[in-house]
Structures are given as C-alpha cells and as structure tokens.
Design a protein around this ligand. Structure first.
Ligand SMILES: [Zn+2]
Length: 172
C-alpha cells in the first residue's frame, strides 16, 4: 500500500522528498565539513542523524563528524571508518533519540561515487542514502549540485543526484 501510494504521488509530482534538512542545519554542517578538509588537504565526512517521518521522509537533524567519532578517520586523506568507532556513534544516537538517516562526505573534484564508495557503504543496508559534496564542499553546495546515492544491497546503488531538491529538500 505504501509503495502504491508513493508511486501514485510520484506520478502526480506530489511525492514527499525522501530526505529533508532545515537550511540552517545544512549550511552550517556543510561549512564545517569544508573547514575540516583543512583547506582541501583531505576529505571529511559525517553521519547525518535524524528521524523518520510517517510519510517515509527522513529529517536530518544533526551532523556527527567522522573525526569526532574516530580521531584517525581522516588521517589517510580519504575517509576510513573503523568498526571500533561505532559504539560511540550508537551511544550518541541513543542519547538523542535519533537514528542514522544518511551519510555525507566531500570529494576534491566531482560528486560521482568512487569504486571504494560503491564497495563500502557507510551503512550497508538497503535504502541507506549517501551524499557526496564536490570541491571540498566549498561554496555551500546544495541538492542539485551534489551526489545523491541510495544503497540497494548487493553492491548496487541507485543514483538520484539529478532529482535534486525533489529527492532532498533543503529549506524551511
Ligand atoms: Zn568518496
């Protein structure tokens, strides 16, 4: 039923976005990711925490930066998350009553997925959304100019980047 309704609303152009974030939270988080690249010397990234809505949409409410969870996460220049860091993440989720609704990381150049990004989803469960910000997140990128990827399981991804704010609404 839910998927039929989603499909119907999609035909009518009324489907809710899959992901939403208030502009102030997004812009501050993106600026902080840019700052943590140390002027473009390394990549940075964050878990996006929030809540699911009853319409299937997910609200991003907080950025949890990888290097706050694991001080070594950015030390090789590309994001590397050790499994030993995850208990800290779960503790933060539990304290705030949030779940991981997506993840985001920056690239030096374009926002396409690397082979490593495709092979190593941050949350390896179907429906997880991974965002990629181009050019070390300089100039405050927003949906329409970022990579938006949905993990489908078994190494497969759907690309939603071209849907921009219809898929990921920043604002309000
Ligand atoms: Zn990447």
């Amino acid at each position: 039923m839910h998927s039929f309704l989603s499909t119907l609303l999609g035909w009518l152009g009324l489907a809710p976005p899959r992901l939403r974030c208030r502009a102030a939270i997004w812009d501050e988080g993106v600026q902080e990711l840019a700052r943590r690249t140390l002027g473009g010397r390394r990549e940075s990234g964050a878990y996006l925490l929030g809540r699911h809505r009853s319409d299937g949409s997910r609200d991003v409410l907080d950025f949890i930066y990888y290097d706050d969870i694991d001080p070594e996460a950015l030390s090789t220049g590309i994001v590397t998350i050790r499994q030993t860091a995850l208990p800290r993440l779960w503790e933060i989720c539990r304290q705030r009553g949030y779940g991981v609704v997506a993840d985001v990381h920056v690239h030096p150049g374009g926002y396409g997925q690397s082979e490593s990004d495709m092979a190593n989803p941050v949350m390896p469960r179907a429906g997880h959304i991974a965002l990629i910000l181009p050019h070390f997140a300089r100039n405050g990128p927003r949906p329409g100019a970022i990579g938006i990827f949905e993990f489908l399981g078994n190494g497969q991804w759907a690309v939603h980047s071209g849907k921009g704010r219809k898929f990921f609404q920043v604002g309000g």
